[in-house]
Design a binder for this molecule. Sequence first.
Ligand code: CDP
Length: 806
Amino acid sequence: MNDLTPTREQRTAALEGMGCKRKRVEDIRFTQGRGNYVDDVKLPGMLHGDFVRSPHPHARVKSINSEEALKVPGVLAVITAETLKTVNLAWMPTLAGDVQMVLADGKVLFQNQEVAFVVATDRYAADDGINKVVVEYEPLPVVIDPFKAMDADAPVLREDLAGKTSGAHGPRKHHNHIFEWTVGDKELTDSAFKKAEVTIKEMISYHRTHPSPLETCQCVCSFDKIKGELTIYGTFQAPHVIRTVVSLIAKLPEQKIHVIAPDIGGGFGNKVGAYPGYICAAVASIVTGKPVKWVEDRIENLTATSFARDYHMTTEIAATKEGKVTGLRVHVLADHGAFDACADPSKWPAGFFNIVTGSYDFPVAHLAVDGIYTNKAPGGVAYRCSFRVTEAAYCIERAMDILAQKLNMDPAELRLKNFIKPEQFPYHSALGWEYDSGDYHTAMKKMMESTNYVALRKEQAEKRAAFKRGETRDIMGLGVSFFTEIVGAGPSKNCDILGIAMFDSCEIRMHPTGAGIARVGSKSQGQGHETTWAQIIATEIGIPADNIMVEEGNTDTAPYGLGTYGSRSTPVAGAAIAMAARKIKAKAQMIAAYKLEVHEDDLEWDIDGFRVKGLPEKTMSMKDICWAAYNSVPPGMEPGLEAVSYYDPPNMTYPFGAYLCVMDIDVDTGVYKVRRFYALDDCGTRINPMIIEGQVHGGLTEAFAIAMGQEIRYDDAGNVVTGSFMDFFMPTAVETPHWETDFTVTPSPHHPIGAKGVGESPNVGGVPAFSNAVNDAFSFLGSTHIQMPHDFWRNWRAAKELGAVA
Ligand code: CDP
């Protein structure tokens, strides 16, 4: 070895593999305004479509008159449900086993529902056309309060379901009922409650909110009449699923549909499902033979495409006097809006809400979820959450605080007492999951030490005394939250979408010069996959990450995958990437053995190539193997170096974290200040610590928004009153608190590289931390539970109701 020979450390660093804070390669184009988003797609002769929407939340549509609209210069067509019926597309199937109107068919069921689609030569003409379409409505009584949806005299919303006593998920109890889903042992749970020394019961609501990505939902559909091929550019989190759905409902051969998801400006679950805009743009393109673009505006996005949450969770815990939990009972009223268009794996009508036992060793539990229809927009998507896990984490984390309050115990101490212990993993929860790995005590204690939790509690006690003496008007809250997520949907044994198992995929093709391309079935919407996927490959096969190009989102080139949502990319696609890389490495080993004239078993891997065991100077680098793959492979072996892997995960992964929020609230104004927010995350093996930190910052900011103000609110008449960023809280850098991040590492035992997902974790753990901080602040004034969101006005109202304000 001479001075110029790189050291092992230098060879490892040159790869920029796993564990490296590699800079995001995609940012080179994003920061220079050179991204390519759907709205950048401009095709020759492209037309524009826009919707006439209902001002009524529930009304019969008596007539639609397009005569005047068609006279507007530039307007070419007005599509209604009657038009769509001619091609059998007036209704479309939802991912949840329901059907949904594409355009109003006889009635409308929520405000801003799509009624007609105006196609014009430009967006302005389409908008002028919309204003000229005359729709005659007959208003009907509305159902907005989910607790009244199943009243005997509640108006019938879904007339198309008349006489149907069962739906996709079993029997229906009422004309506005969708399903009842139960899990767990009711008898054992009831008996635990009978024997309990202490119980708590609280109705904990997680209000309706919306993912609101900065880029709204949009598409360009282009039908080539000669070839009979449909190309769709769209903001799709799951492009392959969209291709299959379009093929099934439009009856077009799947090979003639090309779905391309270019750069996406945030998804957060909003871009998983299929929307009327996609169907109408496709039909309009097929009818006119021209490309048709549909781009939602902000109001349309907030009021008509997928909402999130709207879960009302009556929660009971049974426990001993010493604070050991003995049973959990939860009933959820799930408001699904006008159609059941939840984006969950098919067999899970309430997603993975049965993770509601959280991080605690509940011996027994029972859960019942009733899904109901109301006059609100459909959706129920996993807004930065793995299928209702955020709702579950909020439910159990609030409930544990309420129990701590009743027992007069510290919330952190109560959690430590009830955590699943490290030696209990793999842990079988009372509601049916097998947690893969965890070390909750270490994480919690690290959080408590890093934040000086004990001193903060002491300060709080002093502040409370000062408040009571009238020396301050500020109250201080400590919001503890400890969450366990369930991410990586999912194993084919229990997860599918429309019958397609939820595997994911990767194809790696190495070129002769030691560079390569990896095509993956996931689809980044800002998570940095182009950066991190190359890092996995770099570590696995010893080729620098810079030499691996990552491509996603084109159904013609990427292998079939189920897309990106619910932090599934790392657990599923990340595993497929490692497995494909290992196939490359296995073939490379055979080539190296042939070239080095030794048996394969005599070779060992060494950072970026193979060396002969016992003869460290006899080596062959991966770069050289790539060249050899194209000119001198062993006799009988096919040339080339490529591999594909479809990965069906054996289990989900279970990341976890310990968060603390320190908040001060001025009771006279309700104004809060987040003094400190500490987030410790454990997502197993960390691929890129910098990207993880970015994911945590983003997720915490969304959690902050949701807990502290963000809400889709309806008035009693069914009008959406939060339809723009003027009234829907979207925090900017001004409002966003400072985030402190930390970590522990507990690898997943079944994942090829030990990694778990992380993208959703900060949202899942963040919301209860904020809400617990507010509730903790008010608890000494006698309150048990204050519903979210905790905006200034609601804080002030809480203070007033508790007698703290005159
Ligand atoms: O499915 P989605 O991409 O939203 O979520 P994810 O699997 O949690 O990954 C989000 C980003 O964090 C990706 O770029 C991952 O590669 C990265 N990540 C990581 O570096 N290490 C982990 N253990 C988990 C995620």
